[in-house]
Design a protein around this ligand. Structure first.
Ligand code: FES
Ligand SMILES: [Fe+2]
Length: 357
């Protein structure tokens, strides 16, 4: 950021080249924490939730000891998936030949196996992945050596608690998802600058934040971008925003926890599915897990304005990046930062370059 002259955006191949995408998956997504759900979505022993991440079918399940575990969703016999969607089970029974597994992954019984000389059920266990819970949110990683989230994103948990003291008592209330038809980096770049807010997100700019006070800064020593703003206070405010400011914490590469003014907790998670497609997960979390009228209004306003506006933007940018006429432009990095500065984009590009180069 100390170069003479403006920093330029990344070349288009970072967003359009399937080979660079595969390297990104290997070096960034297979070596980081990926969001799955909120703890409150699997509250009781035996509660499970199946999902797909980077072409792998996985599930998380709450054990009898209260811990959350994650396994590849595949039977150790001959490969049938074990569970689908969500549910509650006393033991995990494979739909194919009825091998059953304990909630901690150990094989419990395999019909007919006692007649097999040398069949050692105690040696068979589902293949497990790393799990971490962070402020009540459940993350998993394909990397068995990855440090805990608290080490990778130091200071974030305390900063979130300062802004939203009851974050630990939140419950999952609502989630919707959408294909974005763009590279994951297009989506997270779009999220991590508010240069377009005044022009595109007029409802959000008047309804949630105070644009004159909006800023985005790298946070601490982790790969974190912290968005801060005073609350909207004019006639366009979406709700009574008094009580506390706006803050969001983007944790590289693909998760952001947002505290809207007055403690309205919500999340973004971007799950890459191809070099030119990403599924965005938009989550909302209330004190009792219910969506009351006030929260429903915010969810609807967000979905109809900011969320829809961003979907259109990122899809259009992905198409533009495939144009033979595109040349990376200079970033608008303002020394004073603020809402119209793209210093956050420069930080993102730096993190991508140093990870995949
Ligand atoms: S594949 Fe699961 S019991 Fe045979
Ligand atoms: Fe946006």
């Amino acid at each position: 950021m100390n170069e003479i002259g403006p920093i330029h955006a990344l070349t288009a191949d970072y967003y359009t080249d399937p080979g660079i995408y595969r390297r990104t998956v290997e070096r960034i997504f297979e070596r980081s924490w990926q969001y799955v759900c909120h703890e409150s979505q699997i509250p009781e022993a035996g509660d499970f939730l199946a999902f797909t991440l980077l072409d792998q079918d996985l599930f998380v399940v709450r054990g009898r000891d209260g811990g959350v575990r994650c396994f590849y969703n595949v039977c150790r016999h001959r490969g049938h998936p074990l569970v689908s969607e969500t549910g509650r089970a006393r033991v995990l029974v494979c739909p194919y030949h009825a091998w059953s597994y304990e909630l901690d992954g150990r094989l419990r019984a395999a019909p007919g196996s006692k007649a097999v000389p040398g069949f050692d059920a105690s040696a068979i266990c589902l293949t497990e992945l790393r799990v971490d819970t962070f402020l009540g949110f459940v993350f998993i990683s394909l990397d068995p050596e990855i440090p805990p989230m608290a080490d990778l994103y130091p200071g974030v948990a305390n900063a979130v608690r300062a802004l939203c003291p009851d974050i630990g008592g939140r419950r999952f209330a609502h989630e919707h998802t959408a294909h974005e038809f763009c590279n994951w980096l297009v989506a997270v770049e779009n999220y991590n600058e508010c240069y377009h807010c005044g022009h595109v997100h007029k409802s959000f700019a008047d309804g949630v934040i105070d644009g004159a006070t909006y800023d985005i800064q790298p946070f601490g020593v982790g790969r974190v971008l912290n968005h801060t703003s005073k609350a909207a206070s004019g006639e366009g405010a979406w709700y009574d925003t008094s009580g506390s400011d706006y803050g969001s914490f983007y944790l590289f590469p693909a998760f952001s926890l947002q505290i809207y003014p007055g403690g309205v907790v919500n999340t973004y998670y971007w799950r890459p599915v191809a070099h030119d497609d990403t599924i965005v997960h938009r989550g909302w979390f209330s004190r009792d897990g219910a969506v009351d009228d006030a929260l429903q209004k915010v969810i609807d306003l967000d979905r109809e304005t900011t969320f829809a506006e961003d979907l259109a933007l990122v899809k259009a940018v992905q198409r533009g990046l495939g144009s033979r006429g595109y040349r990376p432009g200079p970033l608008v990095v303002s020394p004073s930062c603020g809402i119209n500065s793209e210093h956050s984009i420069a930080a993102l590009h730096q993190w991508v370059r140093e990870t995949i180069s």
